[in-house]
Design a binder for this molecule. Sequence first.
Ligand code: HEC
Length: 113
Amino acid sequence: MRSRVVAIVIACVAISVNLAARAGGDAAKGKIESSTCLGCHGIADYTNVYPTYRVPKLAGQHAAYIVQALKEYKSGDRAHRTMHAQASSLTDQQMADIAAYFQSLGGQGGGKH
Ligand code: HEC
């Protein structure tokens, strides 16, 4: 009886750890999902930045900041036509994946963290 309780507790911990890892975002998936973003958001050794208007650099940005910004664009709290269109097509999981990918690029450039 006691060992069953222990087994259930262990199973619950395993599941919640798994969920926490997913919530953190998958950078490998984010790399694929962010291909449309890169046309505007220039990253280190990526040169086709828009010449006429400034696009914030996302490489090395904190994942939590990126997710928050995308949610605000999606909801309209942060107004920007282009980014509203971009963010509206993303699920929460895709936002987390993309954010994890951009954050992971931080070490490559100037190494600022
Ligand atoms: C057509 C060009 C374009 C594309 C494509 C694009 N963005 Fe943006 N993005 C911008 C511009 C311009 C801004 C600045 C908007 C503002 O002033 O609020 C911006 C702002 C942002 C910000 C806020 C950055 C900050 O420092 O506050 C995030 C995060 C972001 N974009 C993520 C993405 C992601 C993720 C994608 C792909 C799904 C994407 N963008 C695709 C042009 C683009």
